[in-house]
Design a protein around this ligand. Structure first.
Ligand SMILES: Nc1ncnc2c1ncn2[C@@H]1O[C@H](COP(=O)(O)OP(=O)(O)O)[C@@H](O)[C@H]1O
Ligand SMILES: O=C(CO)[C@@H](O)[C@H](O)COP(=O)(O)O
Length: 458
């Protein structure tokens, strides 16, 4: 039995799975926590990866390893391959003004969408590079290469020391803002526009390429699409630190509104994707405020009526990326004596989170994405209230695959594909899953939509 391994170096933790390359059966797994904060030294990811690998019983017996990770994080390396400064993560909003400037400098949102598939927002790597140029010229002077979290971890795991050995893949590089999903080429002019100079960039590998024992890796969302074996008509909604809604597509997209990112996928196609900054932590923070467990928060939410008697929670607690409101705060609307209860607040938190993701699904539909069902994954999807209320708020059938680390699973499936030398990823056994149905509750979304704009800035 050949074994393959997949890694998910996500925002909150690092997970490693070891699976049978032919069947996909889980053999063993491990995990380790990441530090909090939106600026993290890559060495912390490396330490967590080592701990997660040890927890998974090591990787000596696996035929291939692929690394997936949180997208967009800015990793800067000097000539000798040392990290120049801590990475700025996808959810760090300090480069919001840089995004506005860059958008104008190229001629506007439509030009960016046509050039890179996305309109700059603070999450994208290109804006972080502009922030660096404006604020840390000494870091720019030392920077000889820029890469992403999964590129750096793959390079380290494979013992890379030379900058020439850095590799990436289409899915992750498509989130930088200096690569074109239409031409599949770097836009070094945009890199230079942001950073003021051109530096070394990772070589972009094809989906099933193997370098030594290492697959190309992927951005975490593209890996999740591989992990759940997403098919046409499937929209995947992930509730992790970020909330994402995405679907596979044969064609690149260019959305000048900036709502949908025209990313590439990990199978040679494309992955239109909407991402929010506020997802599972909305539930974590509400549970902490109420001083209850996540399980109790779920019970409380389910004990309140649909729509929480008009209590609506706009969940922009960390600012927001979609809609692009980096300086926004969250808001609670409809507080009255009878709605100011733990149950109403719990219900409003779950519904507000789901309404923000329903808006994301709407944006995909507006671009012509077919939706026959929504696959709900990520840590937050483990909450029963989220599962029960999702079909009512989304207005689509919802399928909840049984809990698994789908990003790491997708990376493992990529590694199996690379080892097989086949033309497409192996078909692993169908996922065990639960279908959830509920009567639609359109008034919940209508109430949310009526207050969504009513937020204060920080
Ligand atoms: N049963 C649960 N109910 C609600 N939230 C959960 C549950 N289990 C895990 N989570 C939340 O999921 C998040 C971690 O999910 P994950 O998808 O691994 O995030 P990330 O990929 O961003 O690191 C945490 O915020 C955690 O509190
Ligand atoms: O920025 C994006 C997608 O564009 C995020 O989805 C990150 O890739 C982080 O993912 P999680 O760690 O929250 O899963």
């Amino acid at each position: 039995m050949a074994l393959v391994a997949g890694v998910d170096s996500s925002t909150q933790s690092c997970k490693v799975v070891v699976r049978d390359a032919d069947t996909g059966a889980l053999v063993r797994e491990g995990r380790a926590a990441h530090p909090t904060g939106t600026e993290v030294h890559p060495h912390a990811w490396w330490d967590a990866l080592q701990a997660a690998i040890a927890d998974a019983g090591g990787l000596d017996d696996v035929a291939a390893v692929s690394v997936a990770a949180q997208q967009h994080g800015m990793v800067t390396l000097d000539e000798s391959g040392e990290v120049v400064r801590p990475a700025l993560l996808w959810n760090d909003t300090r480069s919001a003004a840089a995004a506005v400037d860059l958008t104008a400098e190229l001629g506007g949102p439509d030009e960016w969408a046509a050039a890179t598939g996305s309109v700059p927002v603070a999450s994208l790597t290109v804006t972080k590079l502009r922030w660096l140029a404006a604020n840390e010229p000494e870091s720019v002077a030392r920077t000889a290469a820029v890469c992403l979290p999964h590129d750096w971890l793959t390079w380290k795991l494979s013992g890379g020391t030379s900058l020439d050995a850095l590799t990436t893949d289409r899915s992750d590089v498509s989130g930088t803002g200096y690569w074109s999903p239409s031409t599949e080429d770097y836009r070094t002019d945009l890199l230079e526009l942001a950073l003021g100079k051109v530096v070394a960039l990772p070589r972009v590998l094809g989906p099933a390429e193997l370098v030594g024992r290492f697959g190309a890796g992927a951005g975490d969302n593209a890996a999740a699409a591989l992990g759940v074996q997403a098919q046409p008509g499937d929209v995947v909604v992930s509730i992790g630190t970020s909330g994402t809604a995405f679907a596979r597509s044969a064609h690149p997209i260019a959305d000048g509104t900036g709502i949908v990112n025209g990313f590439a996928d990990a199978e040679g196609g494309h992955l239109p994707l909407v991402c929010t900054l506020n997802a599972s932590r909305v539930l974590d923070a509400t549970a902490a405020l109420l001083d209850v467990s996540l399980a109790d928060l779920s019970d409380l939410a389910l004990s309140a009526p649909a729509g929480a008697d008009g209590l609506a929670f706009v969940p922009y607690l960390e600012g927001e990326r979609t809609p692009n409101k980096p300086d926004s705060t969250g808001a609670l609307h409809g507080l009255r004596l009878d709605t100011m209860t733990p149950a109403h607040l719990a219900r409003a938190a779950v519904e507000g989170l789901l309404c923000s993701l329903a808006d994301a699904i709407d944006a995909l539909v507006a671009l012509g994405t077919p939706v026959s069902r929504v696959l709900l994954i990520g840590g937050g999807a483990r909450m029963p209230a989220v599962q029960r209320l999702a079909p009512a708020v989304f207005g689509f059938p919802v399928v909840v695959p049984s809990p698994s680390e789908y990003v790491a699973d997708g990376a493992a499936r990529q590694a199996a594909w690379a080892v097989s030398g086949a033309g497409s990823a192996p078909h692993w056994s169908e996922l065990a899953s639960t279908s959830v149905e509920a009567d639609p509750t359109p008034w919940v979304r209508e109430r949310y939509a009526s207050v969504r704009e009513l937020t204060a800035t920080r």
